[in-house]
Design a protein around this ligand. Structure first.
Ligand code: HXC
Length: 541
């Protein structure tokens, strides 16, 4: 094709196109108006913004800016207003209706996001506000990307009556439909009351910030009038109440900045959806790195407690562990690590708290985490050191049978790679529950000092030899018990009987634990659920 601008002798012909005017064209009136409307909608009320900042809180817009990659926010429906005509709220023309919604990127990955704006009607949820949230949830589910909610809301908007309940109902329904399909993260950044707490409770992870996050179904004044109890905001529904006691909150942060940093970190362990695998950064940490702390465990008095985190740190790439539910049910430790560059979820009994016994809360905590991992294709590493379920009337009447069964169910149901390492005690039903061979662990390992038995030696001999013990002279009882216990322990409290049955695949050198586990994860990399596309919801347990 002939090039018009190029002459044969190499000269360039002057363009025949008319030159553009150098002075900028005046901005058309309609664009000016759009820019004004748009800027006003985003500006907010300076007094209310100041009040929000004075409470030590960011505004919804500041939060989005902080969490998302620079200039990545793609807002939608910024101009919608309530349709409610009661109490004069329509006349206020509040643009956005108390919530900012859209899409953006976190460390380069697409997410859907909504941020409730406490400066507009207390972030309360009316019908249009709910429709905005529902819409981005629908798109996120279709596009298969995570949803992050930043919540700061007085709950159902009282002025809108049952329309707000309608709105909550629609969100709850979507939370359940998205469960196990896309990760859902809730960040509580203010008072969240009534309906504002149940949507987060249906999501996978709840973050709270010390001092500014509160969650309750009914606030202190309703509690006072209903039960007569005097309780303040923090005691009733602060980050400590939910991070330590109720287990509603998964991660407690010191500040909003710290909270966003942790949300970003959590996302590095999650896939975009249930059809993908989490991508992990390549690791510089040697696969063959030795694990001396595990050797120490072999030499340790078996009754001496140790923190499960020490083992996890030692096994993990760069010794990094993102712990979930750190202060709740500390007898079991759960969280994410990278292992040889792969994302792995860890569940570990922790002898440093209640001797590592499984109780109601620990069973719920571990079961829900296992179900999350299974829903999102994340291999499970289980570190076992457990004497049994916690005995006692309180536990029995509280339903340890019902709650303990959840863990058995979760492990048996899980089809992701399951690697188990018995570190010390593994007795009875609790041993079965902790990803044993019977629940289809793929690789079940033990270090040589492990004690795998139907029950602890002392308890076993007291039942087996009760007549002999009763018949013995009182001053000899302890001596006889000690001898029987030692004999029983020598025969049964080791991994060898279990290894001979194949319920332990291999007894391994403790210092080689990291490399053995990484190899197991790599071997199982392409393990898939044999059922075609089974949906695995993450029901709150
Ligand atoms: C409408 C609300 C509101 C609500 C707060 N506001 N909550 N407007 N509906 N639910 C408004 C206030 O009127 C006020 O408006 C502004 O938000 C700030 O509220 P303040 O009370 O001044 O702030 P603060 O002292 O920080 O207290 C925040 C609060 C408190 C703890 C959230 O406002 C509160 O207790 N609100 C009600 C909480 C509640 O009971 N919600 C449950 C709703 S029923 P102005 O214009 O004066 O500044 C529900 C059921 C759903 O949610 C069930 C679904 C399963």
């Amino acid at each position: 094709m002939e090039n018009n601008n190029a002459l044969k002798n190499g000269e360039v012909k002057k363009s025949e196109k008319p030159e553009l005017e150098t002075a900028p064209a005046p901005v058309p009136e309609n664009i000016k108006k759009f820019r004004e409307v748009s800027a006003a909608a985003r500006a907010g009320d300076p007094e209310r913004i100041k009040a929000q900042n004075d409470k030590g809180k960011f505004t919804a817009r500041q939060r989005i800016q902080y969490l998302l990659d620079e200039n990545s926010f793609y807002e939608i429906r910024s101009l919608v207003e309530t349709r409610c005509t009661d109490f004069g709220i329509k006349d206020k023309h509040i643009k956005g209706d108390g919530v900012i919604t859209g899409f953006g990127r976190v460390n380069g990955r697409e997410v859907a996001i909504f941020a409730q704006d406490f400066t507009q009607l207390g972030g309360s949820l009316g019908l249009v506000h709910a429709q905005k949230i529902s819409y981005i949830m629908d798109l996120a589910l279709e596009a298969k990307i995570p949803v992050i909610g930043l919540l700061d809301s007085g709950g159902a908007r009282i002025q809108e009556g049952v329309d707000s309940l309608d709105g909550y109902g629609e969100i709850f329904y979507r939370n359940v439909k998205a469960s196990g399909v896309i990760p859902q993260i809730s960040v509580i950044l203010g008072p969240c009351a009534g309906g504002a707490v149940y949507s987060p409770a249906l999501t996978d992870f709840i973050f709270m910030v010390e001092g500014i996050s509160h969650m309750f179904v009914t606030g202190p004044s309703v509690v006072k009038s209903a039960t007569g109890e005097d309780v303040d905001f923090d005691t009733l529904g602060g980050s400590h109440a939910h991070g330590q006691q109720s287990g509603v909150c998964h991660v407690v942060a010191k500040s909003e900045q710290d909270c966003f940093r942790q949300v970003k970190e959590l996302l590095t362990f999650l896939p975009q959806n249930c059809n993908e695998k989490a991508s992990a950064p390549s690791s510089e940490d040697s696969i063959d790195r030795k694990t001396p702390f595990l050797e120490q465990i072999c030499a340790m008095d078996p009754r001496k407690p140790f923190r499960a985190q020490h083992v996890i740190w030692e096994l993990a790439d760069q010794n990094k562990f993102f712990e979930i539910h750190r202060d709740f049910a500390k007898n079991v430790v759960v969280g994410f690590i990278h292992l040889g560059g792969e994302v792995v979820g860890v569940v570990a009994n922790n002898s440093d708290h209640l001797g590592g016994a499984l109780d109601i809360n620990a069973s719920d905590k571990a079961a829900r985490f296992v179900r999350f991992l299974n829903a999102f294709n994340i291999p499970i590493l289980t570190l076992v050191d457990i004497g049994g379920y916690l005995p006692g009337v309180e536990q029995e009447h509280g339903g340890i049978i019902r709650h303990g069964a959840k863990l058995l169910y979760a492990y048996a149901e899980a089809t992701v790679p399951k690697i188990t390492l018995v570190l010390r005690k593994a007795y009875g039903g609790a041993y079965i529950a902790m990803s044993s061979k019977y629940l289809r662990g793929d690789f079940n390992y033990s270090i040589p000092s492990a004690e795998i038995a139907v029950m602890g030696p002392r308890g076993a001999i007291e039942i087996l030899y009760s007549r002999d013990i009763k018949a013995a002279p009182p001053d000899k009882t302890e001596e006889i018990k000690a001898k029987l216990t030692a004999d029983y322990a020598a025969k049964f409290a080791s991994p060898y009987q279990t290894a001979s049955t194949g319920a332990i695949d291999e007894i391994i050198e403790p210092s080689a634990a990291r490399s053995r586990i990484i190899h197991a994860v790599r071997i199982l990399k392409n393990k898939r659920d044999p059922r075609e596309n089974p949906r695995k919801g993450n029901i709150p347990l």
